[in-house]
Design a protein around this ligand. Structure first.
Ligand SMILES: Cc1cc2nc3c(=O)[nH]c(=O)nc-3n(C[C@H](O)[C@H](O)[C@H](O)COP(=O)(O)O)c2cc1C
Length: 401
């Protein structure tokens, strides 16, 4: 691409060129048939915006407050593991990119940097949030919670949709491992991507840092596992509401529960003391065939009824998507792959560029919609269509016109 990337999709194309295939597929892919990835996008295409005549002179206002934190726009960086494989800046790029944009980054529990490195990297006044997997053992995750608090993280986000990793067939076919291994099959691909390969060799941000630390209480597990990814998988367990309540007692700051798709679960999470619910199907990487996040959103917003704030992730690629989610009841949205595409394209600056594009798109959307204040968007600005707007309309006989 010779021109500067104009959209998230442009950044995706740059990422595809820059990354070895196994790494691009790890980022871009999902579980089994990837029908939930597709569904996350189609759900946005089934929502049409209804612009209104903008009669007053209120200024454009993208700001929201989430869990007490003022954000310059209703956007967060979603936690994505192993981002050091995409670019050596990895999670640091999220922390700096978010701080520069006046929003918050949620750092993955399977980050390429340590909890303390990331806490120390955060600029004053822009603390990141920490994403926790429950794992099977309270002693272990209680210890992680205490480390995140000591390192200065502001919020804790408990992910509840990974009792085990989903079956990601692109990763299986590519022989993807963390850390990656050099094989006869991938050697040619690595040689075709020398700047990626050099970056990895020089900076070595290629393991799940938490699972390569050999600190107690993990030491024995890490030593017995053949890779940090295996050590991670071995610790995973199902999260109960009792666990969420236990975490609520241990963590003094804002708490979010991520990976909720049912109204009843959202209500339970709020009852456990969650300040925010993240409506998410893990970007289609876990249960294939799971409901699109946007389709799950209205029921969840109704079920929590203001008892907790609501964040949506999955399929956000445009400013118009952010606006649609806000119209359907979200207080903010989060992006996973889009920031990773920016990271692949240009490290920390690439992440900043993606955030800049989305901010411009959201501002344009609000002006054209006739509602300059993001907080005032509601369901009167959208209509649900019986088909996806950018797809051919199916005829009655099931064939395309
Ligand atoms: C490469 C990758 C790694 C991810 N790792 C994590 C993780 O460690 N923890 C987590 O809660 N979610 C993780 N997710 C899910 C994201 O937080 C988010 O739910 C999802 O990416 C949103 O969909 P989107 O990519 O369409 O924006 C990951 C997603 C991707 C693409």
């Amino acid at each position: 691409m010779h021109n500067r990337p104009q959209s998230v999709e442009d950044f995706r194309r740059v990422a595809q060129r820059r990354l070895p295939r196994a790494i691009f597929d790890y980022v871009d892919g999902g579980a089994e048939d990837e029908s939930t990835i597709a569904g996350n996008r189609t759900a946005f295409q089934r929502i049409a915006l209804v612009p209104r005549v903008h009669e007053d002179a209120r200024p454009l206002d993208l700001g929201v407050t989430l869990c007490g934190r003022p954000l310059s726009m209703p956007l967060l960086l979603a936690p994505t593991g192993n981002s050091g494989l995409v670019h050596p800046d990895g999670d640091l790029a999220a922390v700096h990119g978010a701080a520069g944009a006046g929003i918050a980054a949620i750092v993955s529990g399977v980050a390429s940097y340590s909890i303390e490195e990331l806490g120390a990297a955060a600029p004053a006044g822009a603390p990141p949030w920490y994403q926790l997997y429950c794992y099977g053992d309270r002693e272990f995750y209680g210890h992680i919670i205490d480390r995140a608090a000591a390192a200065g993280f502001e919020g804790l986000v408990v992910t509840v949709d990974v009792p085990r990793p989903g079956r990601r067939e692109r990763d299986i076919a590519n022989g993807f491992t963390v850390p990656p291994r050099l094989t006869a099959r991938n050697a040619h691909d690595l040689l075709r991507h020398p700047s990626w390969t050099l970056g990895v060799v020089r900076h070595r941000r290629v393991t799940i840092r938490l699972f390569s630390e050999e600190r107690p209480p993990l030491r024995a597990l890490v030593r017995s596992a053949s890779s940090s990814a295996r050590a991670f998988t071995a610790t995973l367990g199902r999260t109960s509401w009792d666990d969420v309540g236990w975490i609520r007692d241990r963590w003094k700051g804002p708490l979010s529960v991520k990976g909720i798709l049912a109204g009843e679960d959202a209500r339970r999470a709020a009852e456990c003391g969650a300040d925010a619910i993240v409506v998410s199907n893990h970007g289609g990487r876990q249960l294939d065939g799971a409901i699109a996040s946007l389709d799950a959103l209205p029921d969840i917003a109704t079920a929590v009824g203001g008892a907790a704030q609501v964040v949506l992730d999955g399929g956000i690629r445009r400013g118009t998507d952010i606006a649609k989610a806000l119209c359907l009841g979200a207080d903010a949205v989060a992006i996973g792959r889009p920031w990773l595409y920016g990271l692949a394209a240009g490290g920390t600056r690439g992440v900043a560029a993606v955030l800049d594009r989305l901010r411009t798109e959201l501002a344009t959307t609000l002006e054209l919609l006739g509602e300059p204040c993001a907080r005032h968007l509601d369901s009167s600005f959208v209509r649900r269509l019986p088909y996806a707007a950018s797809q051919p309309i199916p005829t009655e006989r099931g064939r395309n016109r």
